[in-house]
Write a protein of this length. Structure first.
Length: 95
């Protein structure tokens, strides 16, 4: 994915990303460097595309977590190949 636009539908990344915000993501940054802790990424998990923040890196795997600790899905560490792209920009929803 060179660039993609995605709509946020959940609450797990509040207050950083709100429902109905749109994000622009790209895999280009990861051609130049490895993912880093604190990057916000889109990734494939159980046939869904989710957005979370990288909280830990170990053995070429990324641990991910939402910013809203009271409403975030527990996800097993994922491999780098499952990361679709880094969130580059956010377009905030009105209202």
């Amino acid at each position: 994915m060179i660039f993609g636009i995605f709509r946020i539908s959940g609450h797990s990344m509040l207050p950083t990303l709100k429902p109905n915000d749109h994000v622009i993501a790209s895999n280009l940054p990861y051609f130049l460097r490895e993912p880093r802790i604190r990057d916000i990424v889109l990734f494939r998990y159980n046939d869904k595309i989710l957005v979370k923040r990288i909280s830990r890196l170990k053995n070429k795997k990324s641990s991910l977590a939402g910013d809203n600790k009271s409403d975030t899905l527990k996800i097993e560490p994922i491999e780098q190949k499952d990361i679709l792209g880094k969130v580059l920009f956010t377009i905030s929803a009105k209202g």
